[in-house]
Design a protein around this ligand. Structure first.
Ligand code: FKS
Ligand code: ZN
Length: 343
């Protein structure tokens, strides 16, 4: 299996996030991707290639032009106002307030975001542009007939909406890739999100579309971030009715329960008859994850990969979360090895 990787991800290196009422060191750090890459090489998963440059047009297929333009200049606007430390929002649009784009950078940050855990740094824009290129390069490999590819994206993407960032995510790499697959001729595509957190951004981007099925297994939003989306009654709207499926699972969920949900999700994907599958691959379901509360073990990840291969679909893996850095490589690459062993 080919891995797409660029070290441009390291240009995004946030210092701190608001966590449990304190500013703490960012959980989402360059080392995460470096350790996954090291494991890819260690086990000989396959070749590692740099991304092609696709530019921002394919990004604007799923993100609003004004949002992309905001991200491009946000750091410079912030520095002009506050100096060269990470940009974090501190205020948001509450119910009863108005949605008008402010001129001031502090107002813009709140306008285009939904949490205070997602710093913008000097290199953020270059890193997120590169991550989108990594995902698009993976999608192109699938279009050209590869059975599978691994887009080793960082920062992650699945919390990013059409015009809103949060949850460490700015461009929705999986959504950009799914749209690219559609644009290259796939009639129907599925995005299966197995990160611990609900992929609220991906769900919202495709919610009223019948051509992209979104299926997600995640911690129940009544208990866990992102709290305000990811419930089981969210089944899509309009042309997208029936093309969205959520499997919220409680704190403490172990592999037996998680695997039953996966089997149900895969049956749904089979019934939807798609041409390609995009997997939002998070390994923060791991029992040792510092910010998550599922109980999956390292030995479970190859079994997940094997189950995914059983779907028999051209499959693009897009990296999302996972914060137990000592285990992120073994767990993420374990999924890919489990897939490759069966496919
Ligand atoms: C605060 C805990 C919640 C935000 C968690 C973000 C998770 C991000 C992710 C992604 F894949 F996008 F990286 N903090 N006390 O893992 O879903
Ligand atoms: Zn996550």
């Amino acid at each position: 299996m080919i891995t797409i990787y660029s070290d441009a991800h390291a240009l995004h290196d946030g210092k701190a996030e608001l966590h449990d009422g304190k500013l703490v060191s960012s959980f989402e750090m360059p080392r995460r991707a470096e350790l996954v890459l090291a494991r890819v090489k260690e086990v000989g998963l396959g070749p590692v290639s740099p991304p092609k440059i696709f530019g921002l047009d394919p990004v604007r297929r799923v993100h609003a032009p004004d949002y992309v333009a905001f991200l491009e200049t946000a750091w410079d606007e912030w520095v002009a106002e506050h100096g060269e430390h990470d940009a974090l929002p501190f205020t948001w649009i509450g119910p009863g307030m108005r949605r008008v784009v402010p001129d001031h950078i502090d107002g813009k940050l709140g306008y285009y975001s939904f949490d205070a855990g997602t710093p913008i740094t000097a290199g953020t824009f270059r890193a997120i542009r590169s991550a989108a290129d990594v995902a698009l390069t993976g999608a192109e490999l699938i279009v050209r007939g590869e059975r599978a590819a691994f887009a080793l994206t960082r920062p992650p993407g699945h919390h990013a909406h059409r015009a809103c960032y949060g949850g460490y995510c700015f461009f929705n790499n999986a959504a950009v890739a799914a749209q690219a697959l559609r644009d290259a001729g796939a009639d129907r595509v599925a995005v299966l999100d197995i990160d611990y957190h609900h992929g609220n951004g991906t769900q919202d981007i495709f919610y009223s579309r019948g051509d992209v099925l979104f299926v997600s297994l995640h911690a129940d939003p009544v208990q866990e971030y992102p709290y305000y989306l990811g419930f089981s009654d969210e089944t899509g709207e309009g042309a997208g009715e029936g093309a969205n499926a959520n499997y919220p699972l409680p704190f403490g969920t172990g592999f037996h329960t998680w695997r039953a949900a996966l089997d149900d999700a895969l049956a749904r994907i089979a019934a939807f008859r798609v041409d390609a599958l995009v997997v939002s691959l998070g390994v923060d379901t791991y029992k040792g994850d510092p910010i998550s509360r599922f109980r999956l073990d390292t030995a479970d990840y190859p079994l997940i990969g094997a189950a995914l291969a059983g779907a028999g679909l051209p499959t693009l893996f897009v990296m999302e979360g996972g914060y137990a850095v000592e285990a992120i490589g073994v767990n993420a690459v374990g999924v890919l090895q489990g897939f490759a062993d069966v496919a």
